[in-house]
Design a protein around this ligand. Structure first.
Ligand code: NAD
Ligand code: UGA
Length: 474
């Protein structure tokens, strides 16, 4: 059997590497129109950082795992074609800012129809609005030269930073298909691939629409938990409750569960906001305005949490941060990834730059070029302004040297174990620490002399949040 995957990104690369590793008899080719990305997949410096990925790729590459820009050959040679292209929020026209942009997916369908030389199974791996398979079928059938295409939905549930472990032992694999004899046959073919390493009871099969919608719902429910906790973190700050103690106690209820209740500066990543907005758009499309407004609130609270964090920093630092050096520790949207897409750090940095702060940024995996690119796009500042206002430092000690404050925006483990005496000595006084991830040793730092602020905790006397500053940051 030959598998082709269109899209060599954060999903296509790791997912196909895992299939190749688990199924040595299957030839897996990952194709992409981005030649630089394909070159990187074929090099020693993979285009994405993901623990464990490098070893799996190196073991299979050149044997049964290939990366190529030859999309047409990839399509022609494959029995099963995964479509794993990006589906960002639409930035233009009808549904701008809410609906998913399906241009890339449709282009793939048209290409498959144009070059296919036989019957194919086409698998939706990208996250898509419910009923996208219907449009794909129409595009494929209207443009094919008489070949048959079966469409399957096989959404991906991996999280970045733990992608390889998630792929190795997934909670479930979901495969949706047509409830027809040929649909069942196609589902079975894909089930047989995953069944090489995933226990059969974890492979769920459904109709197409349930599968497509389950992906959006899973992400919406996960993001909703974070926004619920983040909303309550504000209540903790003014009442003296500690959000970590509250979520620990609540999470002990087996109906609630302990996972995904970590209060933070706000969720980021390329998918949560995009997928919820897509859900909101779908609900509006089907006339379900109340449902749309309910889910929209998850994103609204997330935005509020980020601006609330900036507001708290400004309040604490005597209502002005103009010209002050702020050490930003962490720029990726979560630890163990170099991905910065929709990272909370971008919005926080923009808020700080709006108040004319000087930023010293350190992240162990994000390159300065990516930091500058993200912040230029987010702020509209020119290259020279960016260079005057922002410096990227090679380690946390250089970043905090001479700083008025440090702000932890990504939960990298190394930030837990810094030499805080050393950091304190090199900072201006009072030395402020803002923990946007609740990972720092707060009492140790307080005993050293830091003035510490954390999410959902009232650690020091000054913890009020000024509503007026929220307006400044809006
Ligand atoms: P990505 O941007 O990292 O990768 C997508 C790749 O597709 C890019 O390299 C791009 O060049 C390529 N591409 C786009 N159009 C193409 C075309 N017509 N022909 C050939 N190549 C094309 O995106 P990603 O993070 O891998 O996400 C892909 C999909 O998976 C999205 O729908 C996303 O919502 C979903 N998803 C992502 C994650 C995640 O953790 N990133 C997890 C689950 C699901
Ligand atoms: C998320 C889902 O967890 C995956 O199942 C899904 O496949 C993926 O989206 C997707 O569709 O793209 P990911 O965004 O990679 O995965 O990472 P998460 O671990 O979910 O974290 C998302 C954001 O929420 C991060 O910014 C993280 O720091 C934040 N977060 C997470 C919290 O603030 N608190 C938590 O308790 C958990």
């Amino acid at each position: 059997m030959n598998i082709c995957c269109i899209g060599a990104g954060y999903v296509g690369g790791p997912t196909m590497a895992m299939i190749a590793a688990q199924c040595p008899d299957i030839r897996v080719t990952v194709v992409d129109m981005d030649a630089a990305r394909i070159d990187a997949w074929n090099s020693d410096r993979l285009p994405i950082y993901e623990p464990g990925l490098h070893d799996v790729v190196v073991a299979a590459r050149g044997k049964n795992l290939f990366f190529s820009t030859d999309i047409d050959s990839g399509i022609r040679d494959a029995n099963i074609i995964f479509v794993s292209v990006n589906t960002p929020t639409k930035s233009y026209g009808v549904g701008a800012g809410c609906a998913s942009d399906l241009t890339n997916v449709e282009l793939c369908a048209r290409r498959i129809a144009a070059v296919a030389n036989g019957d194919k199974i086409v698998v939706e791996k990208s996250t898509l609005p419910v009923r996208t398979a219907e449009s794909l079928k129409r595009v494929l059938h209207a443009n094919s030269s008489g070949y048959k295409f079966e469409i399957l939905s096989n959404p991906e549930f991996l999280a970045e930073g733990t992608a390889m472990a998630d792929l190795q032992t997934p909670d479930r694999v979901l495969i949706g298909g047509d409830i027809t004899p040929s649909g069942h046959l196609a589902i079975q073919k894909l089930v047989n691939v995953y069944a090489r390493w995933v226990p059969r009871e974890k492979i769920l099969t459904t109709n197409l629409w349930s599968s497509e919608l389950s992906k959006l719902v899973s992400n919406a429910l996960l993001a909703q938990r974070i926004s619920s906790v983040n909303a309550l973190s504000a209540l903790c700050e003014v009442t003296g409750a500690d959000v970590d103690e509250v979520t620990f106690a609540a999470g002990k209820d087996s109906r609630i569960g302990a996972k995904f209740l970590k209060a933070s500066v706000g969720f980021g990543g390329s998918c949560f906001q995009k997928d919820i907005l897509n859900l909101v758009y779908l609900c509006r499309h089907y006339g379900l305005d109340q449902v749309a407004r309910y889910w929209e609130q998850v994103v609204t609270i997330n935005d509020w949490q980020k601006s609330r964090f900036v507001g708290r920093m400004i309040d604490t630092m005597f209502n002005t941060i103009s010209g002050k050096r702020i050490a930003v520790l962490g720029f990726a949207f979560k630890k163990d990834t170099n991905d910065t897409r929709a990272s909370a750090a971008i919005d926080v940095c923009r808020g700080l730059l709006n108040e004319r702060a000087q930023l010293a940024i350190y992240d162990p995996r994000v390159t300065p070029a990516v930091v500058f690119r993200e912040l230029a796009a987010a702020t509209g500042l020119s290259q020279s302004e960016i260079e005057q206002r922002i410096v990227c430092e090679p380690d946390p000690y250089r970043a905090t040297h001479g700083a008025d404050a440090l702000a932890v925006l990504t939960e990298w483990d190394e930030f837990r174990h810094l030499d805080f005496e050393r950091v304190y000595r090199s900072m201006k006084k009072p030395a402020f620490a803002f923990d946007g991830r609740n990972i720092l040793p707060h009492s140790v730092m307080q005993s050293i002399g830091f003035e510490v602020q954390a999410i959902g905790k009232s650690l020091s006397t000054e913890n009020a949040f000024s509503e007026s500053l929220e307006k400044v940051l809006a």
